[in-house]
Design a protein around this ligand. Structure first.
Ligand code: NAD
Length: 347
């Protein structure tokens, strides 16, 4: 039987959730609530039931789960109210701005015996899944470093994302996705430090870009870069492994892999540049290096709701767990501290 789900916040992302639920094979949309009259009207015009208040929505016994899709500063109270009303909850990312606030949400979930998860939907992005697949297959050996970048050129949207009090800025907006993805790949690694620089080129009160490194005890590193003032984008993923390199130029492209066949190369031809020659930086030949594209893995974003509903029935573990979300928040907290103090934060 389909699960009855209601959505709080019918903005860009709330409307996206409604669309997903309306097309879901496991969930049914029972209604929405938004504090803005115009958004309630827009939902009604789309044939969606509109509750008169959040309280009315939470008091409706047919609602089994609530999606919270409001600006970041309102997540904590809405999530705790929903859990205390006996609802299961999906909260939009970033779940909150601090580990402390997240812990209080988890306590409410525990006290009410309800499922509480976070919509880290970018775990279903094909570019990330391709990199994860290459790491897991070990086809180019053990991972050493992954660089994950997302570059845009339009600055921060000029809404609540520009304000600090509402949880704006790119570390919280896009950084959370990229950190979450990399911490899934480095799930077993112990984090020892975080270094983060923030940019503010467009003059808002929050960061419009970040450059964040996560150091692991093993010596491996994960690097995340978000930019909103990049008129030419760097590759989406660049990964160094013990037996090769993988690159994804942008999220519509396949992963390109160079696999080392033999370390030693005979008769390296020097490369001539304008000001000299180099053998060290000369390209390899096909006797020592294989190059190929990797097919894009299959992905279905509806699997998020399928997993959530199966977890409600106790048939699956939720894919996005509270300890995973907490680890991401720890890195983001350290990132803010690092940027403010202009130093690496060691754990
Ligand atoms: P938005 O401004 O488009 O919409 C937010 C809506 O929430 C507005 O309609 C506003 O009126 C409403 N609202 C504000 N406070 C409310 C309250 N207390 N009760 C009910 N409604 C309230 O913002 P958005 O882009 O939809 O972002 C919403 C959330 O979704 C944010 O946390 C954002 O980070 C997240 N988001 C996630 C993704 C993703 O891919 N996972 C993408 C975009 C946004």
């Amino acid at each position: 039987m389909k699960k009855n789900i209601a959505v709080i916040g019918y903005g860009g992302q709330g409307a996206w959730h409604c669309k997903q639920i309306l097309n879901s094979d496991v969930a049914r949309l029972v209604g929405i609530y938004d504090i803005k009259e115009a958004r309630c009207q827009a939902a009604a015009e789309n044939g969606i039931h509109v509750y008169g208040s959040a309280q009315e929505l939470l008091a409706d016994e047919q609602v089994e789960a609530v999606v919270v899709a409001t600006p970041n500063d309102s997540h904590k109270q809405l999530v705790i109210d929903a859990l205390n009303a006996g609802k299961n909850v999906i909260c939009e990312k970033p779940v909150e701005m601090s580990v402390e606030a997240f812990d209080s949400m988890c306590e409410a979930a525990k006290a009410n015996h309800k499922l509480f998860t976070v919509h880290q939907n970018r775990r279903w992005d094909v570019d990330y899944l391709a990199i994860k697949q290459i790491v897991e297959s070990k086809e180019i050996g053990d991972v050493i470093r992954i660089e994950s970048r997302i570059h845009g050129s339009r600055g921060i949207p000029s809404d609540w994302r520009c304000t600090k009090a509402q949880g704006g800025g790119m570390l919280l907006d896009w950084g959370v996705h990229l950190i979450d993805q990399l911490l899934q790949i480095f799930a077993e690694e112990e984090i020892t430090g975080v270094h983060c620089d923030m940019t503010n080129i467009t003059g808002t009160e929050v960061d419009d870009g970040i450059r964040l490194t996560i150091y692991f005890a093993s010596g491996k590193t994960a690097y995340v870069e978000v930019g909103t003032y990049n008129f030419l984008a760097m590759p989406r993923f660049y990964m160094q492994c013990s037996q090769g390199t993988a690159l994804i130029s942008d999220w519509t492209k396949k992963a390109h892999v160079a696999r080392l066949k033999a370390w030693n190369e005979k008769d390296v031809l020097p490369v001539q540049t304008a000001a000299g020659i180099t053998k060290t930086m000369a390209p390899r030949d096909e006797l020592t290096l294989d190059e190929y594209d990797v097919e894009r893995p299959a992905s279905d974003v509806h699997d998020f709701y399928r997993n959530f509903c199966a977890a409600l029935d106790g048939k699956e573990e939720p894919k996005i767990t509270q300890p995973q979300v907490r680890r991401v928040l720890q890195v983001m907290e350290a990132g803010f501290k690092s940027a403010q103090e202009r130093q690496t934060i060691w754990f």
